[in-house]
Design a protein around this ligand. Sequence first.
Ligand code: FAD
Length: 354
Amino acid sequence: MNKTHIIIIGQGIAGSLLAHELIKAGKKVLVVDNGHKTSATLIAAGMWNPILFKKLKKSWRADDLLPVLLHVYSELEEILDKKFMYNREIVRLFPSNDAANDFHLAANDERYSVYLEEKTQLEVEAVANDEFGYGTIKGGYIDLPVFLPAFKDYLENQDAFLEAEFNEKDLEITDYGVIWNGYEAEKIIYANGYKTTESKFWSYLPITRTHGNMLHVRADDLKLKGVFNNGQWLLNLEDGSYKMGATFEWDLPEPSPSEESKQKLIKKLESGLKEKPELELVKHHAGIRPTSADHRPIMGFHADHPEIGIFNGMGTKGIMLAPLFAKQLTSLITSQTPIEDAVNVNRFRNKTKD
Ligand SMILES: Cc1cc2nc3c(=O)[nH]c(=O)nc-3n(C[C@H](O)[C@H](O)[C@H](O)COP(=O)(O)OP(=O)(O)OC[C@H]3O[C@@H](n4cnc5c(N)ncnc54)[C@H](O)[C@@H]3O)c2cc1C
């Protein structure tokens, strides 16, 4: 029997960052992934953005999440000896004069000014329908197709990765933890994205499958840098190509790219530009964001099975949320430091029991 401390199901952003923190804390882990068959992380744009556009407010816990994000991904760049974190300015076209005024007020408010800038962007003005103006937000992106395989190699080099389908019917709960597929562990943690909802332990959780389409395109005539946002985003990648998205659909059980969504994305981009760009499709992606009812991560251990844990509910913001909350879950495991109520899985259990 192979022994390990913790089995993690899923090597998306949640499983990867949790494995990273546990390894740093001296724990032996085994990450099990089925080849990213249903991965949201692999197809995500990987952006972070500290500001909610519509309300022009900081996104939840932005001031706490961002320093940890910058620290953790640059630490990983060093460990993996790969570059995958890039700063990107997000240029938001204002939909109205009111939106422009709100931005102006926020940019001069010290609570927001660290993230916002009012500056001239000539390459945007050259191509955009910027009738009401635009504002600049400081954000960035993680190149996930670079990060994920590099982190998998790192795990493999320490015998901490297994490419396999985890099937719950093969899981045995013992007096000391769990046994699965010849591995004995103290704990098992579900970090397998929307597929966690199929677990008999976690099916009661209010996790919605928020489907999304995204396009990877080349647009050689378009000289937009950073992220261009006219209600949907266009992210300029390091190799000069663009990712654009994303749609939201709620009635699709599995990822399925659709022609209708592709056309919707192209039309929306065109509405923000003076001229239609020539787009060459590199790849049309679709994925499912695991979204909790209150849009907060879901983590901790099962009330009836303390050897069974969860790290999930990353919704639309896995890149920002996973670094800080992987640290919190690790502290719970290694030193019993309680996790915040706002993200504790038991907030849902308590409600169902009331
Ligand atoms: C179109 C789109 C664009 C997005 N853009 C962004 C963005 O710019 N910024 C951002 O922060 N977020 C973005 N997101 C959201 C982001 O993708 C999620 O928040 C995040 O990836 C969720 O990560 P996860 O690790 O929880 O799940 P996943 O990435 O889905 O990882 C779960 C892993 O578990 C594996 N797995 C599942 N079941 C099993 C099993 N039984 N056995 C073995 N392995 C299994 C899967 O194959 C997968 O590899 C986007 C999402 C979509 C759909």
